[in-house]
Design a protein around this ligand. Structure first.
Ligand code: KMH
Ligand code: ZN
Length: 273
């Protein structure tokens, strides 16, 4: 049976120290959180970065610093910078970290409401532009889908030659404005991706561990982390990203699933081929 890839989304762009004081902002804090997740069993770090005051940025040099600090502590971990950044950023801003030549990067496959008056914009032309740049740089996109129609978009862009197979999806479930994290919706997404694809599933807030469990049971992979949820259990703040990853590892072991190392994750995802 294929091993489980755990991605840790350690920082995000929206969550703050007011939500959980352990959310990392500085380079040192980001490296600390990456290490805690890696030591617990994460093989991929989905990376957003911040300035020291917590402001999200896609600045290439800030990414470089953070990636170097993470690699100093976790030399073999897979770094997956975000190209989603924060709501309101331009495409140019968002794309900066791909020029550091990471192995993977996120590629958001559609526009959605993001709570209140916020709209996370990903037009079709933007998706094509991001996909083509990632192809040029041999970066494997993780296709972020917040709704079923975004899977259809990815498949259509694959048929037009913009997105390469095998595709790797991330079902982000439970964002206000996107699909919920209920089992019916999870199965709908899972059954909608092409054969030969891989998927990770991410549950936002209270959906984090139920969605993780559904993914483990159905041969998928899992993402957890402060970007998505700051609680280890109802009303109890997580001490670290590592604590969230440890909980997934415990669930996986109970269900008879082994955890992939970064090199095993590279093989499963076809990185570097
Ligand atoms: N921060 C969100 C607006 C991604 O990383 O690609 C977008 C996001 C998705 O987090
Ligand atoms: Zn993200």
């Amino acid at each position: 049976m294929e091993k489980l890839i755990i991605t840790a989304a350690i920082c995000g762009a929206e969550v703050t120290k007011k939500h959980n004081p352990n959310v990392p902002y500085t380079v040192e804090e980001i490296a600390r959180e990456a290490e805690s997740a890696y030591n617990a069993g994460a093989s991929i770090i989905h990376l957003h970065v911040r300035y020291d005051d917590g402001t999200p940025t896609q600045d290439k040099e800030r990414f470089r610093e953070c990636i170097e600090a993470i690699k100093a502590r976790c030399p073999d971990v897979i770094i997956q910078p975000s190209t989603g950044g924060a709501v309101g950023m331009t495409s140019e801003e968002r794309l900066q970290p791909i020029y550091l030549q990471p192995e993977m990067a996120s590629l958001d496959c559609g526009t959605l409401n993001f709570g209140g008056d916020e709209i996370f914009v990903n037009t079709e032309n933007m998706i094509i532009e991001f996909a083509l740049k990632m192809n040029e740089l041999s970066i494997k996109p993780e296709l972020e889908v917040f709704d079923k129609g975004m899977i259809d978009t990815a498949i259509r862009l694959h048929k037009k030659g913009y997105i390469k197979a095998p595709m790797h999806f991330n079902f982000v479930m439970g964002v206000n404005g996107g699909i919920s994290g209920e089992m019916r919706d999870f199965l709908f997404l899972k059954e909608s991706i092409p054969e030969g694809s891989t998927f990770t599933a991410t549950g936002i807030g209270r959906y984090e561990f139920p969605v993780a469990t559904m993914a483990i049971l159905t041969g998928g992979h899992v993402r957890v982390g402060f970007e998505d949820n700051v609680y280890i259990s109802k009303g109890v703040l997580a001490k670290s990203n590592g604590e969230l990853v440890e909980k997934v590892v415990r669930i996986a072991r109970e269900l008879g699933k082994e955890i992939a190392t970064p090199d095993e994750a590279r093989k499963i995802l076809g990185l570097g081929v």
